[in-house]
Write a protein that binds this ligand. Structure first.
Ligand SMILES: [Zn+2]
Ligand SMILES: [Zn+2]
Length: 495
């Protein structure tokens, strides 16, 4: 579509003369809010705090335009220019190789679009980003907001108080909680505080699995609050709610929406991806707002910011069950890849596995790459035919994890796909080829964090088999040891 400016307002035009794609209009005027205009309540619900394309919503351009002319809808440029350099206003992409052009029937020009956020619908130079400028929808808040009856550990209590304080003061705060510390409960008091103050809050996490797992827990804790659960293809996408749980990708549809954003597992992606998620989170939060980060494994940059006092943070160094984290042991296993090519596994790896199978102790075995894992599977099935292997693209992944939980599998081989999020009560954990670059400090801490999670089985053996120790392995072990030490120092562990 094309626009022209007439009497200080933007008007859609069908003709090529005197009109431009919106990205080429230098400044977009915003008409004054007309208090007598009868705005559409459904559109209000759907656009408040959002940045959507016309294709995202079931309204005609006519209706949108009328709301714009009465000051209720905003048009924003989809692509802005810094000199000649295009920047996607939705996802923040500024890499030239992530832009492309196509012959566009809407503006009848060769139209520039962003490939980086294409999965959220194509944003091109002629498609305005729609937002809401009118009153916010009314929300009814119950008198009793939090119905959760559980108790917090000492470590959780300290963190929970910090979250409340950060929300009150609109600050940023990092909660660095070891795997199994119970980080969700730490948020409850903060969420209650926010909702009591009629603030809007969003918990964002990289993985859909986590959104699906958190939704019922939050609905149970806050039964009288509307909770929107957002992921690709979810039914709540047009639901306006005081409490939103979303994948980080879904944040790209929000604009200055939230008073508090809680960003979970900030470390789960490489830095470049993290950067665009940070952009999404920054766009989705209001100018005055709080930001809470949750992680078990902050990256090096964040760790040093914590140590140097540049970043406000609180650690929960101990698990809920007050037992220390299992510390990984390093075991040299020679050139295991070369052996696998000859259809063999290192003897100490075989011994480790046989010991577990004899003792009936389940184990997770991590591999850096799928083909090598498949080779190992063939070999290990000679020891126990019901051993299984999973990886990200495995269509049977959920079923195999389920079988592992039901103790139908003695040993599950896996890529880093199971490094986080899964809990088996009583397992040992080994990494084969811990020297591989895929096993970063954060991945190794997460992997080690799979062991000893249940209060009935708080111990577990964690072994990193390697062909040469790496810096990342040493840092991972150091992080675990230092958390245990802090747990002892703060009296959070029973020894
Ligand atoms: Zn984009
Ligand atoms: Zn176009």
């Amino acid at each position: 579509m094309r626009f022209t400016i007439k009497d200080g307002i933007l008007i859609p035009r069908n003709t090529l003369e005197d009109s431009l794609p919106i990205a080429k209009i230098p400044t977009i005027p915003q008409p004054q809010l007309n208090p007598n205009f009868a705005y559409n309540r459904e559109l209000q619900q759907l656009l408040t705090g959002k940045q959507l394309l016309l294709d995202d919503i079931p309204f005609t351009l006519d209706e949108i335009q009328t709301h714009y002319q009465n000051g209720y809808v905003t048009y924003r440029q989809p692509i802005v220019y810094k000199g000649k350099q295009p920047i996607c206003a939705r996802c923040g992409n500024k890499e030239p190789q992530w832009f492309a052009t196509f012959p566009c029937s809407r503006c009848e020009e060769t139209c520039l679009y962003c490939r980086h956020c294409l999965m959220m619908g194509r944003i091109s130079a002629c498609t305005p980003l729609l937002g809401w400028n009118g009153p916010v929808p009314d929300t009814i808040y119950p008198t009793k907001i939090l119905e959760w009856q559980g108790t917090l550990s000492e470590g959780q209590t300290v963190a929970s108080n910090q979250v409340v304080e950060a929300i009150h003061g609109n600050q940023e705060h990092l909660i660095w909680a070891v795997c199994g510390a119970g980080k969700t409960e730490v948020l409850f008091a903060g969420i209650e505080t926010a909702l009591t103050a009629k603030k809007r809050i969003c918990i964002a996490t990289p993985r859909t699995d986590v959104v699906l797992e958190l939704t019922p827990r939050l609905k149970a804790a806050f039964p009288n609050i509307t909770v929107a659960s957002l992921y690709g293809g979810s039914e709540d996408r047009h639901l306006f709610a005081p409490l939103t749980i979303a994948t980080t990708h879904q944040l790209l549809r929000f604009y200055q929406a939230f008073d508090i954003i809680i960003l979970d597992e900030v470390d789960a992606f490489p830095y470049t991806v993290e950067e665009s998620l940070q952009h999404a989170a920054n766009q989705a939060r209001k100018t005055t707002s709080a930001m809470i980060y949750l992680t078990a494994t902050p990256n090096q940059k964040w760790q040093s910011e914590c140590r140097s006092g540049k970043r406000a943070y609180t650690t929960i160094p101990a698990r809920f069950h007050r037992h220390p984290l299992p510390v990984p042991e390093f075991v040299w296993c020679g050139n295991w890849q070369k052996l696998l090519q000859k259809n063999k596994l290192p003897q100490n790896v075989i011994d480790w596995i046989q010991k577990r199978i004899r003792a009936n102790k389940q184990a997770l075995l991590f591999f850096p790459h799928i083909p090598l894992m498949e080779k190992a599977l063939t070999i290990l099935r000679r020891i126990a035919p019901n051993i299984e292997a999973v990886h990200a693209e495995d269509p049977d992944r959920k079923n195999k994890v389920q079988k592992m939980r039901a103790k139908e599998i003695p040993l599950l081989l896996t890529t880093t796909i199971l490094e986080r999020g899964v809990t088996f009560p009583n397992i040992d954990v080994a990494v084969i080829g811990a020297e591989d670059t895929i096993f970063t400090e954060s991945a190794l801490v997460q992997i080690a964090g799979r062991a000893g999670r249940s209060k009935d089985y708080p111990d577990g053996v964690v072994t990193f088999f390697h062909y040469g120790k790496t810096d990342q392995m040493i840092k991972a072990r150091r992080q675990i040891v230092s958390m245990n030490r802090e747990g002892v120092r703060r009296g959070l562990l029973d020894l």
